[in-house]
Design a protein around this ligand. Structure first.
Ligand code: URA
Length: 209
């Protein structure tokens, strides 16, 4: 699918299968999400531009590769996005973090924004927006609308599972934003859940109902 990368690394797929199982405990779900998020982060950042910096090893001076440009921003769509943040920050500890609060109105399934914090100069940074589930796409679309309104132009979206309906809507609204996901599931059900899916990601990672 154009603009969509499915991260089919065997470790990602294996861990995802365990996360989908209904008997997987909250603790295991959280640990797997942290582990999987490092692997997803590795893939979503694999083409970042490099420059060189002059350094001195114990033996000689070299021009060695370092990331080009300003620090990355990981933008978490609350609350489930935070589950992806931890592992990503382990891999890129200097990344800046944005939090975007958009909740899904259970009647209309529309996104409503209630919180926004972002570092300065988001217009000069790569922003990787994270949310485990791209279901209707409404929250992700709204979060990226907000980021663009504040000047962001270089954006990627990373999730764990996506529904075909969500991808279609997302790509129609934000054709310039590539999507990275570990799986494109069959469909959305009438309640807006991804099926077969893994249930409510926030509830599963925090043990709520
Ligand atoms: N959000 C979730 O956590 N799960 C779904 O299946 C859909 C949206």
């Amino acid at each position: 699918m154009d603009g969509v990368t499915v991260i089919d690394h065997p470790l990602v797929q294996h861990k995802l299968t365990i996360m989908r199982k209904k008997e997987t405990s909250t603790g295991s779900f959280r640990r797997l999400l942290r582990e999987i998020s490092t692997l997803l982060c590795y893939e979503v950042t694999r083409d970042l531009e490099l420059t060189t910096a002059r350094i001195e090893t114990p033996l000689e001076v070299i021009d060695a590769p370092v990331l080009e440009g300003k620090k990355l921003v990981f933008a978490s769509i609350l609350r489930a996005g935070n589950g992806l943040l931890e592992g990503m920050l382990e891999l890129v500890p200097s990344a800046r973090v944005s939090h975007i609060g958009v909740y899904r109105d259970h009647e209309t399934l529309e996104a409503v924004e209630y919180f926004f914090k972002a570092p300065d100069s988001i217009d000069e940074r790569l922003v990787i927006v994270v949310d485990p589930m791209l279901a209707t796409g409404n929250s992700a679309i709204a979060a990226i609308d907000t980021l663009k309104a504040r000047g962001a132009t270089n954006i990627r979206f990373l999730c764990l599972l996506a529904a075909p309906e969500g991808i279609k809507s997302f790509r129609a609204h934000h054709p310039d934003v590539p999507v990275y996901t570990a799986s494109i599931d069959r469909q959305l059900n009438e309640k807006g859940y991804i099926v077969p899916g893994l249930g409510d990601a926030g509830d599963r990672m925090y043990g709520t109902k």
